[in-house]
Design a protein around this ligand. Structure first.
Ligand code: SAH
Length: 243
């Protein structure tokens, strides 16, 4: 059986209005109509089943059938902060893959050696990518993508995580064992320009531990996904081993 189609909406009640882009997608791309069942998400972690009751030109009306807690969110909170890249596709790639890997929060930051420019449209686009990825991998929560204008602001934003990791391309060894993590974990990965020594020092001052990803210099997007995947695995988020 194929999965029910999923849509993010603002307000859930007994009757739900679907309009805007989600409506267009439901009607024109998925060709859904009266009587079809769907899953509605409001980013609270709850999955609502609903049936399309009325379909009009610019919106459709749905009736609520039931609700249950989504079961696919990570048990342990993970966050990814990445240096905002010049190439829009690469930023989107990072967001998409991080969502699939289960992160709860994403921060794109500007730093000393990054020259990419963020604006509201680009941030909105990244949040849309997050939603699409969340739907595709059957999550009930789409992590918000935030922008931090400086590394310092991003470090501050994720300062409350238990494990704070900083992928440092000039570190020769890791200060923590990333294969045996326990508890909420935030990771930082630099942009194509990398981090300055001063930024690495600032991260240390803020309680972040350097980790190396080995002797090769990975592209920023490879590093972001590789480290997120290692962390997810370490926290048991990439499946259990049969014993
Ligand atoms: N331009 C830089 C490289 C930047 S790589 C240089 O020439 O040195 C982009 C980011 O990926 C880095 O800031 C770091 O966070 C991460 N990264 C890449 N390779 C890494 C490695 N071997 N160890 C740790 N982090 C790495």
């Amino acid at each position: 059986m194929s999965e029910l189609k999923r849509f993010f909406v603002q307000n859930i009640g007994e009757e739900i209005l679907l309009d805007g882009e989600e409506f267009e997608h439901a009607k024109n791309v998925l060709r859904l109509g009266v009587g079809d069942e769907v899953i509605l998400l409001d980013n609270s972690g709850v999955e609502y089943t609903a049936v399309i009751a009325k379909c009009e030109k610019k919106s459709m009306l749905l009736n609520l059938l039931g609700k249950k807690q989504g079961e696919r969110e990570a048990a342990t909170k993970m966050a990814l902060a990445f240096g905002y890249l010049k190439n829009a596709d690469k930023n989107e790639f990072i967001v998409q893959k991080a969502v699939e890997l289960g992160v709860a929060k994403i921060v794109a930051f500007s730093s000393e050696f990054s020259s990419a420019y963020m604006n509201e449209n680009k941030l909105e686009r990244l949040n849309k990518v997050s939603k699409e990825a969340a739907k595709q991998c059957l999550r009930s929560v789409a992590p918000t993508v935030e922008y931090a204008p400086t590394l310092a602001a991003a470090l501050e934003e994720l300062g409350s995580y238990k494990n704070k990791l900083f992928a440092c391309e000039f570190a020769s060894e890791s200060e923590v064992d990333v294969s045996a993590l326990d508890g909420s974990t935030a990771v930082f990965v630099g942009s194509e320009g990398g981090f300055s020594k001063g930024e690495a020092a600032l991260a240390r001052e803020k309680g972040f531990s350097s980790v190396t990803l080995g002797k090769r210099i990975l592209r920023a997007e490879t590093a972001a996904i590789a480290l997120t995947a290692v962390v997810a695995f370490s926290l048991g988020e990439l499946g259990e081993v049969k014993r």
